[in-house]
Structure formats: C-alpha cells, structure tokens
Ligand binder design. Structure first.
Ligand code: MG
Length: 203
C-alpha cells in the first residue's frame, strides 16, 4: 500500500507557511513504514530541531481505480481516520529553499500516527466533518472538512489521472491552520466531531 499526502489544501494553512494557494492539488508519497498505530508514543528523532504536528482527515481507498471520474470517486472510499502528518519543518524549509523533494522531512519512520478507521456512514457527512487537535489539553487546530480547497472527490480524480489507486491506500487530505512545534513530553489528542480518535505522547 502507499500513503499519499496532500499539501496546502486549506487556504489559511497555505498562508501561515507563506505558500501560494495552489490551482491544482499538491501531492507527495510516504512509505508504509510511516504508520504509527494504536496510540503508540512517537520518539522525537535526533535529525530535527523543529518537529511539527499537522492534523489531517485520512481516507482509505477501498478498490482499485485509475482515471476515476470525480462523480464516481465516492465509490472508492468507505472509511476514514484521523492522522498526524509529522513534519521536520526545519528540514522541509531547507528542501523548499533548494527546490528538493520533501521525503526526509515527511517520510521518516513513524511520521504518520493514525487512528483506527471508521465507516464514512457513521458520520453525517464526510464533506462536513468537524475535527480538532488538542496539545496538552489546549485546542491548537480546529477545522471542518468543507474548508478544503480540493475536496476528497477532487483529490481522488486528480491523483488517479497519474497513479493507480489500490485497495488499502491512504490519502492524508491536508492540514488546516494552526500547525506548530512539538517537544518531548507533549500529549496529542484528536477528535472527529465528539469522538476521540487519537491520544498519544511524544517521548
Ligand atoms: Mg500535511
């Protein structure tokens, strides 16, 4: 399976990092060694001085598809989760400055803490889902999936023009504003509507 990350999918997040608002979805890949499950702790790596959290709605692809039409995209996912796209912001800033790919900043081991998956049918609308992140008990990110620049169906149509999507692939749909730094000892807790999906520590 593959993990696809979407960059700059919320206007206020693009602005907070001084990035332009994209005209097409921006995507990148991460390997399955990024996944960190079961609320296991994340161990702060020694290669970054500025580890950032990015809370994201995650969609799991349920069947194989290529060049999926946007109007049929909803048939290709039935479950969602919340995930954190942990980012070594100092390394990413260097990559961006030098026009290099982002993998060392995004695709390192355990960089994607992820919750269990839930049926899309268990929420009123996946396109109108409130989700938020608490750091040490304080809300730091709060958004609704309707605020995405490119919604889930747009994203699936766009990616699948270039890359075949397969059962079990995950799409991290981008982070809203409010990203910030982490330190050892921090506790991250994420909710979708009123359901607590993630609760883990940085050690
Ligand atoms: Mg992200």
């Amino acid at each position: 399976m593959k993990i696809i990350g979407i960059g700059r999918n919320y206007i206020n997040h693009a602005k907070e990092l001084n990035n332009p608002i994209p005209e097409k979805p921006v995507f990148f890949f991460m390997p399955d060694t990024c996944l960190l499950k079961n609320n296991n702790p994340f161990y702060y790596p020694d290669f970054t001085q500025n580890l950032n959290y990015e809370l994201e709605l995650v969609i799991k692809i349920s069947k194989v598809g290529k060049s999926i039409a946007e109007k049929f995209a909803h048939r290709y996912y039935h479950e969602f989760a919340l995930g954190i796209d942990l980012t070594a912001r100092d390394l990413q800033d260097d990559c961006k400055k030098n026009g290099l790919p982002w993998e060392i900043a995004k695709a390192f081991d355990n960089s994607c803490p992820i919750s269990n998956f839930y049926p899309i049918d268990s929420v009123e609308s996946i396109h109108n889902l409130n989700f938020f992140l608490e750091k040490n008990g304080e809300i730091v990110q709060k958004a609704n999936s309707s605020q995405m620049i490119f919604n889930i169906d747009n994203i699936i149509a766009y990616i699948s023009k270039f890359v075949t999507l397969k059962m079990g692939d995950l799409i991290f749909t981008g982070t809203p504003e409010g990203v910030g730094s982490l330190k050892i000892g921090d506790n991250l807790v994420a909710y979708a509507e009123n359901r607590k999906l993630l609760d883990f520590k940085i050690l």
